[in-house]
Design a protein around this ligand. Structure first.
Ligand code: SOE
Length: 410
């Protein structure tokens, strides 16, 4: 960057786990990548003045504020980055887009299809005025995922017939673990399904360029009440005798049929759970194709397993590729070959791609329309689970207009 590099002033709303991860992205991206514009960490917003000011100091934001509405009207803000629980995404995003701010919004896009639809409509209106929006499905930016996608686009897997996508965590395994906003439907929309299952859906669609067209699902809530902490659900404080009601799924299982792309006609098995004892953050994708297969596990995120079914029969086997070569997506800007990167780097890559699209005037992916589609899949799983696992169309009747980024690029 030079003195002539334009600036993009960022307001980030939310100072929790995702606020910390996004701060890392905003701070690090311009230091390791040559961006066409310099992101300026202008203002961080959170409800509690003392906490948000602490976050401002630790993460390196210029100032802090307690009311998100003040940044929407602020002419000194160009980008609004939404890292709040899902129940406020729609209101903030629509207001920001209407005020002419570019918007990066954490996943899942919203808590309901109706909200996601309004957001996608607002994004479309804003796009006509050159205002960009993107959903923060950060795992798309893991180099091993980008590399796997390239292999698929080169035809190295052939036609993909079977898809396995599991997102396994175990942080709810302890029945006395506290209630948090992530267990409250009003705040989070759904449980494992939306919080982590949405990543599995997005990755499968991103990798294959296919769409989940129909699903059959089951949801389970294993522990229905948990101790409340302090006075406010989800904030740290002293343990209390009071218990809060868990109103979301603890685990979601579903099968799916895919349409379009490299996995047209494929069947898929999906699982999202926070009760997978021993699995801490294991997002596993396995795609089986006519010419090859890939297997990925986020717990070993610098590796991709690739099986070349066109090799001589006696030489076939899964190859463990360490995805740290300069030719792998994003890796040329990090460390020498073989030096691993981590969870937080995907957020830096997200910033790189978003800032590049905003500056160059191109549409970043995944779009709010893509986020709406995923919301429809989540809702279809819930409807299916509510009707004895009946086969349920995702009702993505906009498929023609609302093509995936892969289809658009093709
Ligand atoms: C963020 O991308 C996120 O989905 C979090 O919201 C989840 O809680 C985390 O486990 C995975 O990443």
């Amino acid at each position: 960057m030079t003195e002539d590099t334009p600036q993009l002033r960022v307001a980030m709303i939310g100072a929790g786990f995702m606020g910390a991860a996004h701060s890392q992205g905003w701070r690090t991206a311009p230091r390791f990548f040559d961006l066409p514009a310099e992101p300026v960490m202008s203002v961080i917003v959170g409800r509690d003045a003392a906490r948000v000011d602490d976050a401002r100091r630790r993460f390196g934001w210029q100032r802090s504020a307690t009311d998100w509405r003040t940044v929407i009207d602020d002419p000194e803000v160009d980008i609004v980055d939404i890292c709040t629980p899902g129940d406020s995404h729609a209101e903030i995003a629509i207001a920001a887009l209407e005020a002419g701010k570019h918007v990066l919004c954490e996943k899942p896009l919203a808590n309901t299809v109706a909200e996601a639809q309004e957001m996608a409509d607002a994004a479309e209106r804003a796009a006509a005025r050159g205002i960009r929006s993107m959903v923060g499905f950060s795992y798309r930016r893991v180099p091993a995922i980008g590399f796997a996608r390239n292999l698929i686009r080169e035809g190295r897997l052939g036609t993909i017939r079977q898809v396995r996508a599991l997102y396994l965590q175990d942080w709810l395994r302890d029945e006395d673990g506290p209630m948090t906003w992530r267990l409250d439907k009003a705040a989070a929309g759904s449980g494992s399904l939306g919080d982590i299952g949405a990543h599995a859906i997005d990755l499968v669609e991103h990798l294959t360029g296919s769409r989940l067209a129909g699903v059959s699902g089951t949801l389970a809530t294993f522990v229905e009440e948990r101790p409340l902490l302090g006075e406010t659900v989800g904030l740290s404080g002293t343990a209390s005798e009071q218990r809060g009601r868990v109103t979301v799924d603890d685990a979601a299982w579903f099968t799916a049929r895919l349409e379009g792309g490299s996995a047209a006609g494929a069947i898929g098995a999906f699982e999202a759970t926070r009760y997978a004892t021993g699995r801490k953050n294991s997002l596993r994708i396995e795609l089986s194709g006519s010419r090859g297969a890939i297997a990925f596990d986020l717990e070993a995120m610098n590796e991709l397993q690739f099986y070349d079914a066109t090799a001589p029969a006696g030489e076939q086997g899964f190859t463990r590729i360490i995805v740290t070569e300069p030719e792998h997506p994003y890796m040329a800007n990090w460390w020498p070959t073989g030096h691993a990167i981590g969870y937080e780097h995907a957020f830096s890559h997200e910033v790189v791609d978003f800032v590049t699209a905003v500056t160059n005037g191109t549409d970043p992916a995944p779009s709010f329309a893509d986020g709406l589609h995923i919301q429809k899949v989540l809702e279809a799983v819930e409807r299916s689970a509510g009707s004895g696992s009946a086969w349920t169309r995702t009702d993505d009747d906009d498929t023609d207009d609302d093509s995936t980024d892969e289809q658009k690029e093709a």
